[in-house]
Design a binder for this molecule. Structure first.
Ligand code: Z5A
Length: 214
């Protein structure tokens, strides 16, 4: 008799730039792997060859004409549609744990709230891109916009990319957008104070995974 497959589990991480998503995903991956789970770590935009090309365009597009919010929305959605079908859906169907650095909630907040595209097209395009593949849990690492800026500055000497050139007001709107979204969907979201020590945050996330019996 074959052993039953472990329950597939899909966790997305959200938050502003420098909020610690990459750091916490690596720590959670380690915990799951020590517990014997097979894990796929991926990111948005990107995660596939096509997605990484779209990521480059989104981050480093140097044309003289400014990318419109609508074109930006569709490019993020295109990268996501590819990632879901090429990587996320197959991994979940094999019973793997999927940890994704950003997912559809980034579009709801960055393009919907901060770029002010109206709710209906954003929601429709988001759901067209992901189909039935919604996260079981979404962790928001919440930090003040100023702290995100500081962390990014101290991390790299590279010039800021296209998205990193936004104003502090843009990132304040992003933070507020996430907190409102989490309030409206408390069953899916966990808001974590991302200003604390990395290990403390990792422990809170692992406790939540255990509490939800994920
Ligand atoms: N975007 C969008 O508009 N719409 C969409 O639908 C999607 C995305 C999917 C992607 O950028 C951009 O695309 C992003 C949103 C937009 N734009 N902005 N702006 P990205 O993928 O290049 O980067 P990111 O996802 O925004 O974040 P990041 O730069 O990768 O940061 P992070 O992963 O959240 O943080 P980190 O790399 O783990 O940590 C940053 C630094 O802080 C690092 O030096 C760490 O060692 C340090 N750190 C982490 N945690 C701590 C704690 N707890 N204490 C102290 N220091 C810490």
């Amino acid at each position: 008799m074959s052993t039953p497959k472990q329950r597939a589990l899909f966790i997305s991480f959200e938050g502003s730039e420098g909020s610690g998503k990459t750091t916490q995903i690596a720590l959670l991956q380690d915990r799951f792997e020590k517990a014997g789970r097979n894990v796929l770590v991926t990111r948005e935009p990107g995660g596939t060859q096509i997605g990484e090309e779209i990521r480059h365009l989104l981050k480093h597009c140097q044309t003289q004409s400014k990318m419109t919010p609508e074109a930006e929305l569709l490019l993020f959605a295109a990268s996501r549609a590819q990632l879901v079908r090429e990587k996320i859906a197959p991994a979940l169907l094999e019973g793997r744990v999927v940890l994704c650095d950003r997912y559809l909630d980034s579009t709801t907040v960055y393009q919907g709230v901060a770029r002010k595209i109206s709710k209906d097209p954003v929601s429709m395009i988001n759901h067209f891109a992901v189909g039935e593949f919604m996260p079981d849990l979404t962790i928001i690492l919440d930090i003040p916009a100023e702290l995100g800026f500081k962390r990014i500055e101290s991390r790299t000497s590279d010039l800021p990319d296209r998205m990193e050139q936004e104003s502090i007001e843009f990132y304040m709107a992003v933070r507020e957008g996430y907190l409102l979204l989490a309030k409206s969907l408390p069953d899916r979201f966990l808001v974590v104070d991302g200003t604390r020590a990395k290990e403390k945050i990792a422990q809170e996330i692992w406790n939540e995974v255990a509490r939800r019996k994920l």
